[in-house]
Design a protein around this ligand. Structure first.
Ligand code: ZN
Length: 455
């Protein structure tokens, strides 16, 4: 279902670029916002379908700067038998790596489909994905692209190359990135002249990669003309410890020497970084993506967003597979920052910088589209929230509503590139009952199969 020409009228519209229209309208046509502003002005001369937004709030489609769609079928997954993991490496070995090895291509499709639907239900229209399915590598990124097309969101994805499962798996991961990058370059599946698909080169993390693989990655990135790499960096203290052991320098410096940092690279987490590494991230204009709930869940420490921002690092926000609710992660950033500083004066001014950093991540993959804000001529990516507050909502109070309003789960109607992704909470054209039954069956089989998936 596409909105060939629709007027969304009579609601509150916050552009996240400074304007809030109390009685606003969006004229959507050809996948783009043709006109935006006060309803009385926008509706002049309009002929076509109209959608009433009274009592609703419209925000731009949000961007999740780091997600793992493949983890969607893990929701509710019981632990494997044996003692609980005592640290982050143990969690990877006991929970995530067996799952990665047990995923089939069909699981990859279903997990991406439901992961993307969950994002849409929280107003997210662009997802930067980091994929792992070591037991089903060739064609896996195409399954994610197929799910993106079926749901209707924009997705930038890549395969997390790793040496942890041997040289054949390393080579297959590199090849899958290359295959997908070429397919996307040939056809980025544009909507309203803006691509809906993008590629980058995925790397798991420095501590599961050899120098030889880092060199291959650099060469491949250059050959394919990709913007950078998407890699976990210093999520746990084990990562810099490994880098020091194998290369004599910490993680950020190891990746820098390998030629992998730069303005198109996503360095995800940056929890265990020293001052020299923070300076290096700033100097190379590398984008850091923080994921507060995931860090809390894994008990690995906290990304110090205040320190990163003060040093001039651009910082975006992701969810790291924990949730599709990106606004919740933004709130977590704010709360964790205050808690860590034990100071209720900090954090407020930094939220805008985190939102800008997240938009910068969107710009890496969809350059020139201006995702994450609403403007005339821009792509029609927006969400309509069931949110009619009992206190004033204007440009001055908007941030308070975003942080304390519990907006995330209230997105009811979502449009991406002019295509209706959700209409009053439901995805048009998808048989959810049938797909959910398939996913539950696939998840149960996956959980059971992963028991035999440890080497
Ligand atoms: Zn991650």
């Amino acid at each position: 279902m596409t909105t060939e020409r629709v007027l969304f009228e009579g609601g509150r519209i916050a552009t996240l670029a400074g304007e809030v229209y109390d009685d606003g309208a969006l004229w959507v046509e050809g996948g783009r916002i043709q006109r935006m502003g006060p309803t009385a002005a926008v509706k002049t001369g309009f002929r076509g379908q109209r959608v009433d937004l009274r009592g609703r709030l419209v925000l731009p489609g949000l961007i999740n700067a780091h997600h793992h769609l493949y983890s969607t079928l893990a929701r509710g997954m019981p632990s494997l038998p044996g003692p609980a993991a005592k640290d982050f490496t143990g969690v990877l070995e006991q929970v995530w790596w067996p799952l990665d090895r047990a995923l089939s291509l069909s699981d990859v499709y279903l997990s991406a489909l439901f992961g993307l639907l969950e994002c849409a239900r929280h107003g997210v229209t662009t997802v930067i994905d980091h994929h792992a399915s070591e037991g089903a590598i060739p064609g896996s990124l195409e399954e994610i692209a197929r799910a993106a097309d079926d749901v209707g969101l924009r997705v930038a994805t890549c395969f997390e190359v790793t040496d942890r499962d041997g040289p054949e798996v390393t080579a297959a991961g590199l090849a899958e990135n290359a295959r997908f990058a070429r397919a996307v370059a040939a056809d980025p599946r544009p909507r309203g002249a803006v691509p809906t698909l993008a590629a980058t080169l995925g790397l798991h993390a420095s501590f599961t990669l050899s120098d030889a693989t880092l060199l291959h990655a650099r060469e491949l990135r250059e050959q394919l003309g990709l913007p950078g790499v998407h890699v976990h960096v210093a999520e746990d203290r084990a990562d810099p410890a490994h880098a020091l052991k194998v290369s004599g320098v910490r993680t950020v410096e190891r990746l820098h020497r390998a030629g992998l940092l730069g303005p198109g690279t996503l360095a995800v987490h940056a929890v265990w970084v020293d001052d020299a590494e923070v300076a290096r991230l700033a100097e190379t204009e590398t984008l850091v993506v923080v994921n507060p709930s995931s860090n809390l869940n894994n008990a690995v420490g906290r990304s110090d967003t205040g320190r990163l921002l003060q040093a001039g690092v651009r910082v975006g926000v992701g969810s790291d597979g924990m949730t599709g609710d990106w606004l919740h992660e933004l709130v977590q950033c704010f709360l964790v920052r205050r808690d860590a500083a034990a100071d209720p004066r900090v954090g407020w001014d930094e939220v805008g910088q985190l939102a800008a950093g997240t938009r910068a991540v969107g710009d890496v993959f969809f350059p020139g589209a201006g995702l994450g804000t609403l403007r005339e001529g821009g792509p029609a990516d927006f969400a309509v929230y069931d949110y009619d507050p009992w206190t004033p909502l204007d440009a001055d109070t908007l941030l308070g509503h975003l942080l304390y309003g519990g907006l995330g789960p209230r997105a009811r109607t979502v449009v991406c590139g002019g295509r209706v992704v959700l209409l009053d909470g439901e995805p048009p054209g998808l048989d959810l009952a049938q797909l959910s039954a398939r996913a539950r069956e696939a998840a149960a089989a996956l959980w059971s199969r992963r028991r035999g998936a440890n080497p």
